[in-house]
Design a binder for this molecule. Structure first.
Ligand code: NAP
Length: 284
C-alpha cells in the first residue's frame, strides 16, 4: 500500500461535501490512520496551496471551481483528463510531481448502468449543460457503441464549443429543444436543482421510455428525479457517481481497492437515504 502524509479535498465551498464522510469510512475500513480534510481554497490561492502540499506525499480530490484550473497546474495528467479538460483526483508521484486523473467519467458510466441496467449501446443521450461534468459525460458516451449525443446549453456558444471537442457523435442544441423527445437517456449536468427544487427542463419534454440521470446530489433526491420517477421514468441522482469516482480515486492514492460498501453505508447513514437501484434494460 502507498503511504500518504495528507489526504485533502480542495474546493470552494467545501463545507457541504459528503466526500469526507465517505472517504473517512474507506480509510477506516482499510486501516489507514489518516483523515480526509476538506480545504476551502479561493481560486487565487489554488496555485500556492498546491505548491505547499507538493512538498510531502499528498493525495486528494479537486472540486468546483478548480477542476479546470488545477489541470494546468499538475503534471503528468492522464490522457482521459486531458480529453475531458478537468481533473478531480491527484497524488504525489515518485518524481515529487502532482499527477492527476479524472474519475468522474467512470463514475458517470457506473451511475448510468445503475439506472438503466447495462452499458448503453445504439442510444441517443441528451446532456443538459456544457461544463466540466458534461464533458465527462461525453467522454463516457464516446466509448459506448453506436451512441450519439445532443448537448443542450444555456448559452449556444458553450454548447457548440463542447460538441466541437467531441465531434463526430455530438451536436449542440438549445436547452429545451424538441429533439429532447428523441433521447433514450437525459442527463442533467447543470447545477440546477442542487440547492432548491428547480428543474433543468420539464419532464414532459422527455419520451416515456427515456431514463433520467441527474449528476446533482444531496441529502435528498432532486425534485427532477422525483418528478421523473412519478412519471414512470427510471431515474437516479448523482450519489452512485459520487461513490464510484471516490472509490476509483482511493485506488489511485493508495494502490489498493476501497471498500465501496463501507462508503455507501457511510453516505446512506449520513443522509438517511436508501439505495435506489432502478436498473432495467432500455426498451424503446
Ligand atoms: P460547470 O463546469 O460550472 O458547468 C455547469 C454548466 O451548467 C455550464 O454549462 C453552465 O452554463 C450550466 N448552467 C449553470 N447554471 C445554469 C442554469 N441556471 N440553467 C442552465 N444551465 C446552467 O460545473 P460542472 O463541474 O460541470 O458541474 C455540473 C453539475 O454536476 C454540478 O451540479 C455538480 O455538483 C455535478 N457533478 C456531480 C458529480 C457527482 O459525483 N455526482 C461529479 C461532477 C459534477 P454556461 O456554460 O452557460 O455557464
Amino acid at each position: 500500500m502507498i503511504e500518504r502524509e495528507r489526504l485533502v479535498l480542495i474546493g470552494h465551498p467545501v463545507a457541504h461535501s459528503l466526500s469526507p464522510i465517505m472517504q473517512n469510512a474507506a480509510l477506516d475500513a482499510a486501516g489507514i490512520a489518516l483523515r480526509y480534510e476538506a480545504l476551502d481554497i479561493e481560486p487565487k490561492r489554488l496555485a500556492e496551496t498546491l505548491e505547499k502540499l507538493s512538498s510531502g506525499s499528498v493525495a486528494g480530490n479537486i472540486t468546483i471551481p478548480h477542476k479546470r484550473s488545477a489541470l494546468e497546474m499538475m503534471r503528468p495528467i492522464s490522457a482521459l483528463a486531458a480529453a475531458v479538460g478537468t481533473v478531480n483526483t491527484f497524488w504525489s508521484d515518485d518524481n515529487g510531481h502532482l499527477a492527476a486523473d479524472n474519475t468522474d467519467v467512470a463514475g458517470f458510466e457506473f451511475l448510468t448502468i445503475e439506472t438503466v441496467g447495462e452499458t448503453p449501446s445504439n442510444c441517443r443521450i441528451a446532456v443538459l449543460g456544457a461544463g466540466g461534468a458534461a464533458a465527462a459525460v461525453l467522454a463516457a458516451v464516446s466509448g459506448w457503441e453506436g451512441c450519439t449525443a445532443t448537448v443542450h446549453g444555456r448559452t449556444a456558444e458553450s454548447a457548440a464549443a463542447l460538441s466541437r471537442r467531441f465531434s463526430g457523435f455530438s451536436i449542440a442544441l438549445a436547452m429545451s429543444d424538441a429533439q429532447l423527445g428523441e433521447a433514450d437517456i437525459v442527463v442533467n449536468a447543470t447545477p440546477v436543482g442542487l440547492r432548491d427544487d428547480s428543474q433543468p427542463i420539464s419532464i414532459a419534454l422527455i419520451a416515456p421510455h427515456a431514463a433520467v440521470v441527474d449528476l446533482a446530489y444531496g441529502s435528498f433526491e432532486t425534485a427532477w428525479v422525483r418528478a421523473a420517477r412519478e412519471n414512470g421514468h427510471r431515474a437516479s441522482d448523482g450519489i452512485p457517481m459520487l461513490v464510484r469516482q471516490g472509490s476509483l480515486a482511493f485506488r489511485r492514492w493508495f494502490g489498493v481497492d476501497a471498500d465501496e460498501e463501507a462508503m455507501w453505508a457511510a453516505i446512506l447513514n449520513a443522509t438517511g437515504r436508501t439505495r435506489h437501484r432502478s436498473g432495467s434494460p432500455l426498451a424503446r
